[in-house]
Design a protein around this ligand. Structure first.
Ligand SMILES: Cc1ncc(COP(=O)(O)O)c(C=O)c1O
Length: 467
C-alpha cells in the first residue's frame, strides 16, 4: 500500500493501520526530551495529560457552554496578576492566548491604540508610530511591527552588550514611540534586560521632555522564573511604567503548547475599543484576542499546574532547572575550548562560543557532533552589530535532570578529540545540520536574526523605517 501524501485517498483505511502509519512516521522526529533548543514544555505529569485529554473537546471561546473552563481561565489570570503585582489583582485585565506571540501582539496593539487616542486627543498626527526594542527581541515583535504598520526601532548589539540598555532605548524614543519592549530574558542568551533601569531612564526622559512612554515586558520565559527565583528583582507592575506583561504558559508555565498569557497593569492600559463581549452565564465577558476557537485543555492544564505546584512547587522546579543550567555551564567552561556568554543564573539558559583561537572546529561542528548522540543543541549567529559571533545555546527545562546533563557533558567531552583533529571547521552557518525553526524567515524581506533562525543574516530596514 502506498501511503497517500498529496491527495485525499479515494477510500479510507482501518483506524489501527492509519494509527500505525502516522505513529511510525513520527518516530523519525527528534526526541522532544533531548531537545535543548526549545523553551517549550516537553514533559507533564500523567494527571495533567489525563485532564488535557478530557478537555481538548471543549472550545475555550464557548464561555456560556463551558462556564467552568471559562472560570479556570479567569482564576489563572487572577493568580498571574497577583504574582506580577497588578494594580487591581482581584479584578484584573488579561487573557489567555495561544502563546507569547499572540500575547505580544495584543500588548503591542494596546500600546498602539493608547498612543493613537492620546495623539488624536491632542490634535496630533497618528500616521508614524514606532516601537523601541533591542535587536535581540523574538521574531514575534518584528511580526507585530510589520503586521500593524509600526516602525520597529531595533537597538543593535554592541561589543559585549547583547540586549537593550537604558541609554540606547531612550535615544530611540520620540513623540511617535508607542512603547518600549523589554525582554525577560533574551531568547539569544537567557539574560534579563534591565527593566527597572530602562523604566528609570524613561522616567528621566519624561521629566526632561514630557514624553510619557509605557513599557511592555516580554516575559515569555522570565515572567514565570523571576517571581520564584528572583523575588527581590523589580521588573513587574511594581514599576509604575510597566503597562503590560506577557508569559508563555507553555514555557516555564510548564504546560504543553500552546498557551500564553497577557495581563495589563490596570483597566486604562487596555483601551475599551479593543475589547469584545461574549455571552457568559447569561451575562457577558470581555474578550480580546486574535483567535476565536481554541481547545480548553491548555488552560485546564495551566490551572492544574498552578494548584498542584503552588508558589513553593514552582520555586522548587525553576530553581532546580537553574541549578542544572549553572552547573552544566560551569562544567562546559572547564572543558577548555568553550567560552560562556551567559551562565544560566538568570533564565536557566546559557550561550557559549568557541573562541577565535580555536581554528579546528566551529560551534556548528559541535552542534552536529552532539546531534549524532541525539542532543538537539542549536548553533546560530548573533544579529547586528555582532554578526561575527556564533554561539551554541542550551535551554534547561523541567525534566532535564543533573543526570541527563552528565550524559550530555560526557557526549560533548567524547566528541572533542575528533573535533580537535579536524584541520578546519566542517560546518558553517549555511551548512549546519541543525536549523532550529529556520522556517521563520519572512516573506518579502530577509529574515530577522533570531535563535529560531540558524543563519540570521544582517538586519534590513523594514518598509516603515525607509519612509
Ligand atoms: C522572549 C520571547 N518572546 C516571545 C516568544 C514567542 O513565544 P511563543 O512561542 O509562546 O509564541 C519567545 C519564544 O521563544 C521568546 O523567547
Amino acid at each position: 500500500m502506498t501511503v497517500p501524501r498529496n491527495a485525499f485517498p479515494a477510500t479510507g483505511i482501518d483506524p489501527d493501520i492509519a494509527y500505525q502509519i502516522v505513529h511510525d512516521e513520527l518516530m523519525l522526529d527528534g526526541n522532544a526530551r533531548l531537545n535543548l533548543a526549545t523553551f517549550v514544555t516537553t514533559w507533564m505529569e500523567p494527571q495533567a495529560t489525563t485532564l488535557m485529554t478530557e478537555s481538548f473537546d471543549k472550545n475555550l471561546i464557548d464561555k456560556d457552554e463551558y462556564p467552568r473552563t471559562a472560570d479556570l481561565e479567569q482564576r489563572c489570570i487572577r493568580m498571574l496578576a497577583r504574582l506580577w503585582h497588578a494594580v487591581e489583582a482581584d479584578d484584573p485585565i488579561g487573557c489567555s492566548t495561544t502563546g507569547s506571540s499572540e500575547a505580544c501582539m495584543l500588548g503591542g496593539l494596546a500600546l498602539k491604540r493608547r498612543w493613537q487616542h492620546a495623539r488624536r486627543a491632542a490634535g496630533k498626527p497618528t500616521d508614524r508610530p514606532n516601537i523601541v526594542m533591542g535587536i535581540n527581541v523574538q521574531i514575534c515583535w518584528e511580526k507585530f511591527a510589520n503586521y500593524w504598520d509600526v516602525e520597529p526601532r531595533l537597538v543593535p548589539m554592541e561589543g559585549n552588550r547583547f540586549h537593550l540598555s537604558p541609554r540606547e532605548a531612550v535615544a530611540q524614543c520620540d513623540e511617535n514611540t508607542i512603547g518600549v519592549v523589554t525582554v525577560l530574558g533574551s531568547t539569544f542568551d537567557g539574560s534579563y534586560e534591565p527593566v527597572a533601569e530602562i523604566c528609570a531612564a524613561l522616567d528621566d526622559l519624561e521629566y526632561r521632555s514630557g514624553l510619557d512612554i509605557p513599557v511592555h515586558v516580554d516575559g515569555a520565559s522570565g515572567a514565570l522564573i523571576a517571581p520564584f527565583c528572583d523575588p527581590d528583582l523589580a521588573w513587574d507592575f511594581q514599576l509604575p511604567r510597566v503597562a503590560s506583561i506577557n508569559a508563555s504558559g507553555h514555557k516555564y508555565g510548564l504546560v504543553y503548547p500552546g498557551v500564553g498569557w497577557v495581563v495589563w497593569r490596570e483597566p486604562t492600559a487596555l483601551p475599551e475599543d479593543l475589547v469584545y463581549r461574549v455571552n457568559y452565564l447569561g451575562g457577558n465577558m470581555p474578550t480580546f484576542g486574535l483567535n476565536f476557537s481554541r481547545p480548553g485543555s491548555q488552560v485546564v492544564a495551566q490551572y492544574y499546574n498552578f494548584i498542584r505546584l503552588g508558589l513553593e512547587g514552582y520555586q522548587r522546579v525553576q530553581q532546580y532547572s537553574r541549578e542544572v543550567a549553572t552547573s552544566l555551564a560551569a562544567r562546559i567552561a572547564e572543558l577548555g575550548p568553550f567560552q560562556l556568554l551567559t551562565d544560566g543564573t538568570q533564565l536557566p539558559v546559557f550561550a557559549f562560543t568557541v573562541p577565535e583561537e580555536i581554528t579546528a572546529f566551529s560551534v556548528f561542528d559541535v552542534s552536529a557532533a552532539l546531534r549524532e548522540s541525539g542532543w538537539l543543541v542549536p548553533a546560530y549567529t548573533f544579529p547586528n552589530n555582532r554578526t561575527d559571533l556564533a554561539v551554541l545555546r542550551i535551554v534547561v527545562r523541567n525534566g532535564f535532570t543533573h543526570d541527563l546533563a552528565d550524559l550530555l557533558l560526557d557526549d560533548l567531552r567524547r566528541s572533542l578529540p575528533r573535533l580537535e583533529r579536524q584541520s578546519m571547521p566542517l560546518q558553517g552557518a549555511e551548512t549546519s545540520s541543525f536549523a532550529h525553526g529556520a522556517g521563520s524567515a519572512k516573506a518579502g524581506r530577509r529574515t530577522a536574526p533570531s535563535p529560531e533562525t540558524a543563519t540570521p543574516p544582517e538586519k534590513v530596514p523594514s518598509p516603515q523605517t525607509q519612509r
